[in-house]
Design a protein around this ligand. Sequence first.
Ligand code: NAD
Length: 494
Amino acid sequence: MTHDRTTAPTSIVVFGGTGDLAKRKLFPAFFNLFIDEWMPVHFQIIALGRKPFDQEGFRAYVLENLKEFSRNKQFTEEQWTSFSEKITFLNFDITDENSFLHLNEKLTAFDVTCDNRANRLFYLSVAPNFIDSVSSSLKKAGMADEVKKDRIIIEKPFGYDKASAVALNQLLNQNFQEEQIYRIDHYLGKETVQNILAFRFANTVFEPLWSNRHIESVQITVAEQVGVEDRGGYYDHSGALRDMIQNHLLQILCMVAMDAPVEFESSLVRDKKAEILKTVRRIKPEDINHYTVRAQYTDGEINGKAKKAYRQEPGVDSNSNTETFVAMKFYIDNPRWQGVPFYMRTGKSMAQKKSCVIVNFKEVPNKTFVNGTDRLQRNQLTINIQPEMDIRLSFMAKKPGLDMTLNPVEMVFDYFESAPDSPEAYETLLIDALDGDSTLFMRSDQVEEAWDIIATIQEEWENGTYSPMHTYPAGSWGPEAADELLSRQGHRWL
Ligand code: NAD
């Protein structure tokens, strides 16, 4: 994660090069890395897709998308021209063997121009049901056989449940070595998420407080203001538990709760994360209602605009039983965290777009400043992930004046102030993958443990009887039941 410019010549192959992710995230990320001189000097991007583009047509399509989605929109014609020359479009059918032969020819031709076998990065930006055939075809054609040079990036969702994730891992492990497989969770590439580890492990002041001795509870919120938009068909088979908790929120939990690795090295960091996932207490079916709340949005209003109910969204079953909101409470059964509730919530069509972690510290043990009615506000550490990107430590201070009155104040570190143009998550992750650094990617055991954590909940919500489906109006902070989940323990969402 600390690198100089990546040097090895590389062929980048984007399966799904005409898709939404490639359009909004991947090409803008490659382009920004290129203009910031992070890309290898010698590279090519082969975009594969089924739309009938010719070369010029595809490059024009990429340019149009860069103008809309690139972080850096002030690029010169010269920058664009040199980047565009690196792009080749290949009309491609994943189910057709000839397509792979054609791809192989392109890769070999590039190797010849490098006088060496170039590195290869295969980005599978396609529906999960294609992973099987793409990885088997790559293996069969021997296109990704060089373990130290060839990498394959797999997008979420990684499986549908634990059994399918295990099966997918087995399949991938038949075709590639684990060190070649990069399972992406773009949350891990966010500056503010990566900074959680720097904040915790590169400072002496916070880590000694980071345990059940001083921390009362932790909250992790990932709220989206958007609904399911045009992804209703996909989302209705997924839901918030699979789409958000299993990956993004549990990965953030790992960053907050893991122990320090001896060294900031990929396998050591991932060992510590996997340890946390193993120690998250599994919820018994009969306790699910006590630990979790699920809900669906009904119609409401967001930013002054009417918003349809989830069940009326295009692609969604009008009797759908898919949750668009989850709130839950986890415990981590290790000495550091025993007894500390970790609350999580995530939802669509909520009041605000907001991702944050809030660490609530315990009450001051002595009563020096409590005079009957006054209550001291507890210290809180807020790590805002997006759209605000900052860290806020709230503490009590004396109000300026002649008497001894206290009020809460904040110390703030704001990312926008110090780095208004910081890289996007996909830029960080792509450069790591190009460099062969898998620290921020998920290993097979992490993914399987994360599925295991939610397995009983998934089962109970699908087949059981303990857990009602609540509702919340679009534009709100979720159902009342989510507040009750915390108020039972004297806590509240912040
Ligand atoms: P998409 O439907 O927009 O694009 C799919 C791509 O697959 C297209 O380029 C299409 O040409 C290609 N494709 C489909 N069938 C093919 C075939 N038989 N042969 C060759 N190419 C074929 O999908 P997307 O939104 O870009 O998502 C891609 C992957 O990324 C999915 O796994 C998705 O879950 C994941 N993902 C997407 C986003 C996002 O913001 N779009 C976010 C996170 C994860």
